[in-house]
Design a protein around this ligand. Sequence first.
Ligand code: F6R
Length: 235
Amino acid sequence: KMNVIVVKDRLEGGQQGYQVFKEAYENGAKVYGLATGSTPVTTYDAIIKSDLDFSQMTSINLDEYVGLEPTHPQSYHYFMQTHLFDQKPFAQSYVPNGMNADAADEMARYDQIIADNPIDLQILGLGQNGHIGFNEPGTDPAMGTHKVTLTESTIKANARFFEHETDVPRYAYSMGIASIMKSHQILLEAYGEEKAAAVKAMIEGPVTTDVPASFLQNHNHVTVILDEASASLLT
Ligand code: F6R
């Protein structure tokens, strides 16, 4: 039921991803759910080069590290600013506030933002373990925005971006699987052979909390863009 598109590489994937944005835009989409990481970069680059105008639109990001200032180079605020918003400003851009020490307050605030601005199109990357947003395997799919304790492996993987391993954030705020599933349309991109097992489990495996992305099988409007390497295990 998922619409799966296989392309040669992430550059071509970015063109396809842009087409999905363009079509949603032309169909009147006003609220765009955005992601960070390496995956959406080619799509953002194609959007930047295009004449699509988001200056009357709203964006809502999936997640942010707890404790990083928006100006911190490793913060997701900073990532969005430099990879998209500087070149394509939105009227209103929401990212979870990692500096809000009151987790319950931040969770409620962000869920209200999503409720007030239902997401027309959400773009997602895919973790090697099947995560979406910061929803790691085992996450209760009914949860909305919540505070996540990062796994030791995620902390280690992120350590290279920080001066000391102790500088790496221990927590993040993330939209939940339930928040993501409320989006009217979802675009997931995944590139590289290291994503192949997660792609197979997401599309062909059972719907299970062991693979958070498998819940997307229950959504009625999902486009998946893969390169040949990430699609290599599909039957
Ligand atoms: C990013 C996010 C993550 C990434 C995923 C893939 O906002 O929520 O789920 O999409 O970890 O990361 P990359 O794209 O760097 O392979």
